[in-house]
Design a protein around this ligand. Structure first.
Ligand code: ACO
Length: 333
């Protein structure tokens, strides 16, 4: 018997976001590490970040973002087929997507976590697209969320000033018209040591001839200058490649919604692509670097305040640990 393979398009139909209520300014950070608002703001563009309390959880922020996105899409949780959570900081190493599934009441959905650090949202978008395009799933909730404040060394001024916590979500649905116009994903494990949140092992002798290791995690380490150089070189390149495959040019782009790591990186990418800075969405000043959450947090803000309008073309671009980087060209709605 002959099997007819159907291909479906994909539409981004809703977005949402959530961040912890506690906002911490650069001035406040400078009370506990030797730094200043001036140093942080001029080097990074960051002025505040939201930090999770011990009572907060990734599941709770992710569920809030997901429910907002579902409401905007006009989709009931019971209709969701897949929940994908891009994160490097799950509440549980076995995965947190299932907890979000339970919290939002989506019993039909399959739910799992995916890790690609700050590129996680873009990698998750492309993963979700494969399920939709093959006709496997129709309604997907993609969440990017991280609570990196739990994994930085708060005595290390080189890293602790950069990160904040949050979650963002989008709804992706099967559609006759495909809104994912192109994408490119890359990894380079040879540069893995630039950015790590590594397992820390302690030997534990169980018996005379059996020694195992107990695991925990060491705080984030980062070679800031290497990551900076990597980002300003690779991000414009991967955006140009995705545009080329989509038979588009930078002229066709209405918005760039990039991983929010550093304002200087955003400006440099815009510069290299010759895209005006006002087409680059930035909310670093409010949230800092929220890793996998940063793209959907920025997207949600720009959609809800009316900047990004239905039918407009966005370039989403992520980069981070792995090293990983990727871009996707998507129409909003
Ligand atoms: N306050 C004051 N001084 C500081 C601080 C701080 N918070 N942090 C570092 N310094 C000092 C350093 O100690 C150093 O002093 P020294 O010369 O006396 O030793 C000096 O400032 C310069 O330090 P550098 O690390 O060289 O600073 P640089 O100009 O490279 O800026 C930064 C650091 C902002 C981290 C930059 O390298 C950067 O943005 N890199 C990209 C990082 C990034 O994007 N990471 C995230 C991507 S992946 C992810 O999101 C997980």
């Amino acid at each position: 018997m002959e099997r007819i393979l159907e291909r479906f398009g994909l539409a981004m139909t809703g977005c949402g976001a959530a961040a912890p209520t506690r906002s911490v300014s650069n001035e406040e950070v400078s009370l506990f590490v030797e730094t200043s608002d001036e140093w942080i703001a001029t080097r990074t563009g960051i002025r505040n970040r939201c930090l999770a309390s011990p009572e907060d959880s990734l599941a709770q922020l992710g569920a809030t973002a997901a429910l907002q996105a579902l409401e905007m899409a006009g989709l009931a949780p019971e209709e969701v087929d897949l929940i994908l959570l891009a994160t490097s900081t799950p509440d549980d190493l076995f995965g947190t997507a299932g907890v979000i599934q339970a919290a939002i009441g989506a019993p039909q959905a399959v739910a799992f976590d995916l890790t690609a650090a700050c590129s996680g949202f873009v990698f998750g978008l492309v993963t979700a697209a494969q399920y939709i395009r093959t006709g496997t799933f129709k309604n997907v909730v993609l969440i990017g969320g991280d609570l990196l404040s739990r994994w930085v060394n708060w005595d290390d001024r080189r890293t602790c000033v950069l990160f904040g916590d949050g979650a963002g979500a989008v709804v992706l649905q099967a559609s006759d018209v495909d809104s994912l116009l192109g994408f490119q994903l890359r990894s380079d494990g040879t540069q893995n040591s630039c950015l790590n949140l590594k397992v820390k092992l302690e030997s534990h002798e169980i018996s005379e001839d059996l020694t195992i290791a107990h695991g925990s995690f060491s705080p984030i380490t980062m070679n800031g200058q290497e990551v900076y150089k990597f980002a300003v070189r690779k991000v414009p390149e991967i955006i140009e490649k995705a545009l080329f495959h989509a038979q588009l040019t930078t002229e066709d782009i209405d918005w760039i919604v990039m991983h929010q790591a550093n304002q200087r990186i955003l400006d440099s990418v815009a510069d290299r692509l010759k895209v005006p800075n006002d087409k680059v969405v930035s909310n670093l000043a409010t949230y800092g670097n929220t890793s996998a959450a940063s793209i959907p947090l920025a997207l949600n803000e720009a959609v809800r305040d009316g900047r990004i309008k239905p039918g407009e073309t966005m370039v989403l671009a992520g980069f981070g640990a792995g090293l990983t980087w990727g871009s996707a060209i998507v129409k909003w709605k």
